[in-house]
Design a protein around this ligand. Structure first.
Ligand code: ATP
Ligand code: MG
Length: 616
């Protein structure tokens, strides 16, 4: 047993947030943890970790158990470079290797009498190094950093990175530390689809136990075999992954409702009998026995359906001119690195454009650039922007909820403010809380409520579904598909993008590409297009060519086809190897071989592309 909770009760302000909770987690178990925003999932995790002390009951942790915790909004802080920050995990391995080298160097100068001791020391060091697999820490670091999308960023200082990136780096550290229990609070926020798949694979071969809070059902289904649900302060454990849990939960609700109704009928009958017979001398005795039965009865609570989902509604006041945003001939850079090389972009009124691209390609930077007032960006007349920040960083953590809302929307009456907040899922008991006391999802809901009240006719949203529970996500989808303004939004949630986007803006390899059409069509178009680079040179189209020239061109065309074929082969092989990397995550010899082959492939690909560019 790694941790166990026995009848734990806890509340931040006297009123319990969780009540009489009992459960335990054993070695190697995979547990999903679900529940609506603000139910107390993060709170329960902090109780497990000992960061919070229960008001009643007991939390027990296995002696010396190594527990790793990824906080919901907790980034990693370090003044070291990305690579060095990961290397810290292997300090002991480095020390062992250094000691071994020292001992080996000592062999030459040691006196004969000291030799046996020295050689047994070397042997024991070698054994420890082999057992810890110390020599391969570099491969392990690179596998994890590469998988999480940091392969070109080894030298960047951690503290200069965005909140999302630092959360991902914290996760990298935890994966390298390999704790016995890995507690993850919404690890998939911020992850692009590629990284998400990688993490799923990596975690499925992870040896320790996992307790993971997530609102991503695919992720949970893939990873977990048990599901804990927290609802209205009560914790229930279900055998099975998320899909199984949904079925079991539904069955349980029906069963409980049946049992409750049956008991209510019985109670009504007994009461009726008592009412009619208690005063009659002949039947008073049997009536009294029924009164006793009623008294002894353990009355079932009425099973409640899931809480009502929030409602969002984004209204506009004025219609802007047709060209809502025009950005001409701009480049985007960060830390001297080009994110987007020369691009232009126009967004027309009524468009709902999804901004997509892998982690770190510059989506947030692009949104902020559009809002920056830079001379190369023109907003149309009567355009009123409203921005949703990915980190909700524009909210003051010390401010009260109602004040935070009203300081953004001064014109709204107290009643309207309360109404908007309540519809978003923030109720009377939350009004006096400080922003920092809100759960992750509640903070996102507050920011969405502020966004509603701003009545912008051009919304720029940076990952608005992060932290939201499923019902809230669906409500947001409904509201945005009904919205009659213009929308530019970043999301990694495929379903969400599919439902809303009418066009797609795509960042890849420093290029910005615009696609008119829905996300499904965009993905189909991407699959259909060949993975060859765009030509940067004009094709020669002059009329007369000599025989030699034509022969040379024919040779070149043949070579181009050859190169294209080879590039495809290499790309396929590379993709297969990347898949294998995950399969062999614990076999470092194999990993080294794969890494070496991938390096060869990269070199050959580079050389082929250089030749290719001279031919097309
Ligand atoms: N430091 C605090 N002081 C007072 N109340 C708090 C504090 N932290 C959390 N709460 C309250 O406790 C409740 C549970 O919060 P918690 O963060 O555990 O929810 P959660 O289930 O993790 O939600 P989410 O899915 O949104 O992350 C919420 O009502 C929240 O406002
Ligand atoms: Mg939480």
């Amino acid at each position: 047993m790694l941790v166990s909770l026995d009848n734990v009760t806890f509340g931040y302000s006297g009123v319990p947030n969780v009540e009489n909770v009992s459960f335990s987690i054993s070695e190697g178990e995979r547990v999903g943890f679900v529940g609506g925003n603000g139910e107390g999932k993060t709170t329960l995790l902090r109780l497990i970790l000992g960061e919070l002390v229960p008001d009643g009951g007991e939390v027990t942790r296995k002696n010396g158990a190594r527990i790793g915790y990824l906080e919901q909004r907790g980034g990693f802080a370090s003044s070291l470079s990305v690579y060095d920050a990961m290397r810290e995990v292997f300090r002991e391995d480095e020390e062992l290797i250094a000691r071994l080298h020292e001992a080996q160097n000592g062999l030459g100068t040691a006196s004969p009498s000291a030799l046996p001791a020295l050689s047994s020391r070397i042997e024991s060091l070698e054994k420890r190094i082999a057992a810890r697999d110390s020599y391969h820490y570099d491969v392990r670091i690179k596998t994890v950093l590469g998988g999480m999308g940091f392969e070109d960023r080894y030298t960047q200082i951690v503290d200069t990175m965005s909140g999302g990136e630092r959360t991902k780096l914290k996760l990298c550290r935890l994966l390298l530390e390999e704790p016995e229990l890995l507690i993850l609070d919404e690890p998939t926020n911020h992850l692009d689809i590629k990284t998400l798949f990688w993490l799923e694979e990596y975690l499925s071969s992870f040896k320790g136990a996992i307790l993971v809070v997530s609102h991503d059902r695919y992720f949970l289904d893939k990873l977990t075999s048990r599901t804990l649900e927290l609802e209205r302060g009560r914790l229930t454990s279900y055998r099975g992954n998320y899909s199984k849990y949904k079925i079991l939960r539904e069955e349980r609700f029906k069963e409980e409702t049946r049992a409750y109704e049956k008991q209510q009928e019985e109670i009504a009958k007994l009461k009726d009998y008592v009412d009619r017979n208690l005063v009659r001398a002949t039947t008073a005795k049997s009536a009294l026995s029924r009164v006793n039965r009623l008294d002894r009865m353990e009355v079932l609570e009425k099973p409640l359906p899931p809480p009502r989902p929030p409602r969002f509604c984004f209204l506009t006041e004025e219609k802007p001119y047709e060209r809502v945003l025009e950005a001409k001939d701009f480049r985007l850079e960060a830390d001297g690195k080009t994110l987007i090389g020369r691009a232009s972009f126009t967004l027309m009124r009524g468009e709902k454009c999804a901004l997509v691209g892998d982690n770190g390609t510059g989506k947030s930077t692009l949104l902020k650039f559009f809002l920056s007032g830079d001379g190369r960006v023109t907003l149309g007349r009567f355009v009123k922007t409203a921005y949703y920040d990915q980190e909700n960083a524009d909210l003051d953590p010390e401010e009260g909820v109602l004040d935070a809302f009203r300081s953004e929307c001064r014109l709204l009456s107290q009643t309207d403010a309360r109404k908007t907040l309540a519809q978003a899922g923030l109720f009377a008991e939350d009004m006096d809380k400080k922003v920092k006391e809100l759960s992750g999802g509640m903070r996102a809901k507050l920011e969405l409520a502020i966004l509603e009240a701003k009545k912008g006719n051009f919304l720029l949203l940076d990952e608005p579904t992060n932290h939201l529970d499923l019902p809230a996500r669906e409500s947001l989808e409904d509201a945005l598909s009904e919205y009659d303004g213009t929308l530019l939004f970043v999301s990694h949630d495929r379903r969400f993008i599919e439902r809303i986007a009418t066009s797609v803006l795509y960042i890849e390899g420093g290029n910005l590409t615009y696609f008119k059409g829905g996300y499904d069509d965009f993905l189909a178009a991407q699959r259909a297009s060949k993975p060859v680079p765009m030509s940067t040179k004009e094709k020669k189209t002059d009329g007369f060519r000599s025989k030699e020239e034509r022969a040379r061109e024919a040779r070149e065309r043949a070579r181009v086809r050859e190169i294209e074929k080879r590039l495809e082969e290499l790309e396929r092989e590379d993709a297969e190897l990347t898949e294998k990397l995950v399969l062999f995550a614990s076999d470092y010899k194999k990993l080294m071989e794969i890494a070496a082959r991938q390096e060869e492939i990269r070199k050959e690909t580079d050389a082929l592309y250089s030749e290719y560019e001279t031919l097309i």
